[in-house]
Ligand binder design. Structure first.
Ligand code: CA
Length: 247
């Protein structure tokens, strides 16, 4: 059976110390920031990386730098079964709205790093985002999954990115947020959100009956926040919108 599910694992760690970028430990013949062992074109300045050829690798991690946003960065291999380490060095000119952008684990996934210095572990073949410091985002089409510090999330998408589910792996908490162009929804701890079925317009309910029999999932409050449950929707209607959606 063809494996339709691809997934991405991110461990984001914003470091305070200056990373070892540019030190003698980085073997990078062509100077493109991608360590020779995972550089698909080790003798030609390029953007693609994969650890598929590294001894001990069973589930390869691969991807491509889409934009450095002017930052100096390196991608180095981590011992299997871990993937690669993406290190971004502070000091880029303040250009653009974001930090470096990568494609990883499939074209449907875009990994958006924060501006400034950061270190992020990237691992394909599994499905977990663990954010130790700062925040990280995984972008699939119009869906953006944002994981705050301390959060753990699982993101699965089909190959064309039209079916996306997001699971908050923590038993409690609300550190995982999913948004499309219009609405945003918090994924409660221990639950899975079918992100592809989120409302794509701001659509406040007008009556209690709009909230019943599961229909609350079709509505948002006036800010575009999706309701947490039926009661949250009913509360919104009952207070004429003063009690905003809890997300
Ligand atoms: Ca290289």
């Amino acid at each position: 059976m063809k494996r339709l599910i691809a997934a991405v694992v991110l461990t984001a760690l914003v470091v305070l110390a200056v990373p070892s970028f540019g030190s003698a430990s980085l073997s990078d013949t062509d100077g493109d920031g991608i360590e020779n062992s995972i550089d698909l074109e080790p003798n030609s300045f390029s953007r693609a990386f994969s650890d598929a050829g590294v001894e001990g690798t069973e589930a390869p991690t691969w991807g491509e730098i889409l934009s450095t946003s002017g930052y100096e960065m390196s991608i180095t291999d981590l011992p299997a079964p871990r993937g690669v380490l993406v290190t971004v060095v502070e000091g880029a000119p303040e250009i653009g709205p974001s930090g470096p952008t990568l494609s990883a684990c499939g074209e449907q996934y875009t990994v958006q790093l924060q501006r400034g210095e950061s270190q992020t572990e990237l691992e394909c073949g599994s499905v977990i985002i663990s954010v130790l410091q700062g925040q990280a985002q995984v972008i699939v089409g119009e869906i953006t999954v944002t994981v705050a510090k301390g959060g753990d999330a699982e993101v699965n998408a089909n190959e064309d990115g039209t079916a996306v589910t997001v699971t908050n792996l923590d038993n409690g908490g609300d550190l995982v947020t999913v948004s499309n162009d219009v609405v945003q929804q918090t994924v409660q701890g221990g639950t899975t959100l079918n992100a592809s079925q989120m409302p794509d317009s701001i659509n406040p309910p007008h009556s209690v009956s709009d909230c019943m029999e599961g229909s609350w999932t079709n509505y948002t409050d006036e800010t575009g926040t999706v309701f947490k449950n039926q009661g949250d929707c009913v509360s919104y209607v009952a207070t004429e919108g003063r009690n905003e959606a809890a997300g």
